[in-house]
Design a protein around this ligand. Sequence first.
Ligand code: 0PR
Length: 352
Amino acid sequence: MQIEPQAFDRVLSSMCTEPHPVAREAAERFLATNPGDPGTYPTITALEDDAVAMLGEITGLEEPAGYIASGGTEANIQAVRIARERAETRTPNVVMPESGHFSFQKAADVLGVDLRIVPTDDSFRADLEAVRACVDEQTAMVVGVAGTTEYGRVDPISELGDIAASVGAMLHVDAAWGGFVLPFTDHEWHFGHAPVDTMTIDPHKMGQAAVPAGGLLARSDDLLDALAVDTPYLESTSQATLTGTRSGAGVASAVAAMRELWPEGYREQYVRAQHNAEWLADALEKRGYDVVEPTLPLVAADLPRSTFDALRADGWRISRTATGELRVVCMPHVTREMLASFISDLDRLEVR
Ligand code: 0PR
């Protein structure tokens, strides 16, 4: 029996997308490889080095260290783990704006660190005063988000870096979603712009790679060493990943997608997505809804609950922010035609 996966033609709020054809093909070829065992699978290990090198190029990292993780969650957990290992306190805390992803909650639970959540300001970015007031000598890490899950906002990364440095904490940037669009904007977000120590950037989101392909990057090898455990019965001597056996599919597809698309393909994708987001924001505004302006290709708007539910019943895969706004992520598979059809469904509902 053939079971068809979810079609993408009505998916508007996912951060996943249809993999690029070259990424799909590479994923299939490397499906049975395990980059967790470099002695046995050297080809995929070499490809992983390529992936990290390319992610380094995208994020202004001169001597890239890192690996392809299962996703942003693993990368964020591992970044917190690095910070905890390096902290000179037994009661470390992590300071994060409320716009941070819930994966940090998991990290805090698993690693036993205290997660301190500070408010965002009127523009949905980390409130610097609040961050300053929250850090102390026990702060192991300050988190900045470059492309927030709900509103696509970019925190003031340099300023967060200064605050982190003032208490000897590390700075982690979560660019899980934003990392493949930010290079084409004026935002300051990466290793070349600020004293960033670690970063999450996921090829399986805007990078058009197949799932699972997350990315963890670190400013230097010694940061990753904090994660390494000995691997006695493998030919390689240590492993820095959280998972053991992991799919080579994500790694190979990440390399294939980045080789194909960086930088021009991603630039075109960003421009198209941003135009789509602005078109949608405009269409919603014209209909009288409150819209959060899309600084990156992600639109949030206040829609009545009943309208939202009716659109879901029509098959639209949409989701809501914590405060109940409709959230549309203009991923590569989201076309203008899809958005126009969404708006015409909305018009039909509002007439009734
Ligand atoms: N950091 C940020 C900024 C994120 O937005 C996300 C995921 C993560 C980390 C975690 O990444 P992984 O899910 O790869 O571990 N944000 C989306 C969310 O939680 C994830 C998502 C993706 C949800 C696809 C639905 C979906 O269909 O909303």
